[in-house]
Write a protein that binds this ligand. Structure first.
Ligand code: DHB
Ligand code: MG
Length: 222
């Protein structure tokens, strides 16, 4: 199996299941034009996020790592009209692009983009009494994943859903000797999920036009 096959399979399913989406296409284009890294979720993975929000019946969503707001749009689409999404972004330029993309998606009233290092903004969410969140999407700098999980556990409640993006890293996650801080971050994150008795979790590898990666899905059970 090669990237060409994975891309062809993505195209087959996306052509049938995911009709033209001018809002997401424009969001990706605006992000690219602004020079953001092309790290947004794939189209089909974005739809998975929307469906998870809906399946959970989530009314409050937290995203750690906004980038250009592509996954933010997907998550927010799954919310009811009175739902709320807070998304945290360290880079003010990225946050500006995301704010434009959310306005173009007519989702700005449902979404708050908070600029600043998430390790600073996460404590303020707790202090402001905004928890618990029904779903948390962790998709920021991978070395900080262990800290993001600690905060996520404080900001969720039984029944909350946690999704961690990019836990496979082209397969490197399986190599205990890998010294890349991003790989170490996702390994430590996974070990912490494993050790947490109040979480029921799985991880799924993905291939497609974004290559080989995967996500971790956890349910807060108690
Ligand atoms: C990287 C980060 C992401 O969130 C992603 O979706 C893909 C790659 C990275 O840091 O390499
Ligand atoms: Mg990601």
């Amino acid at each position: 199996m090669t990237l060409a096959t994975w891309t062809a399979v993505d195209s087959y399913f996306n052509d049938l299941l995911l009709p033209e989406d001018p809002v997401l296409t424009a969001a990706a284009r605006r992000s690219e034009e602004a020079g953001l890294p092309a790290h947004q979720v794939a189209l089909n993975q974005g739809k998975l996020l929307e469906l998870l929000v809906r399946i959970r019946g989530a009314r409050t969503v937290l995203e750690i790592g906004t980038l250009g707001g592509y996954s933010t749009i997907c998550l927010a689409r799954g919310l009811p009209a009175d739902g709320r999404l807070i998304t945290l972004e360290a880079n003010a330029d990225y946050a500006r692009v995301a704010t434009e993309n959310l306005a173009n998606a007519d989702l700005a009233p449902r979404v708050e983009v908070r600029v600043g290092n998430a390790l600073t903004t996460l404590p303020s969410l707790a202090e402001e009494g905004l928890a618990p969140f029904d779903l948390v999407f962790i998709d920021a700098d991978k070395p900080s994943n262990p800290r993001y999980l600690e905060w996520t556990l404080r900001l969720t409640a039984p029944g909350s859903v946690i999704v961690g993006d990019n836990v496979v890293r082209g397969g490197a996650v399986a190599d205990a000797r890998d010294t890349d801080p991003r790989v170490r971050g996702v390994r430590k994150f996974t070990e912490m999920v494993s050790a947490e008795s109040g979480l029921s979790a799985t991880a799924v590898q993905t291939v497609g036009d974004k290559g080989h990666d995967g996500f971790l899905l956890a349910l807060v059970t108690d």
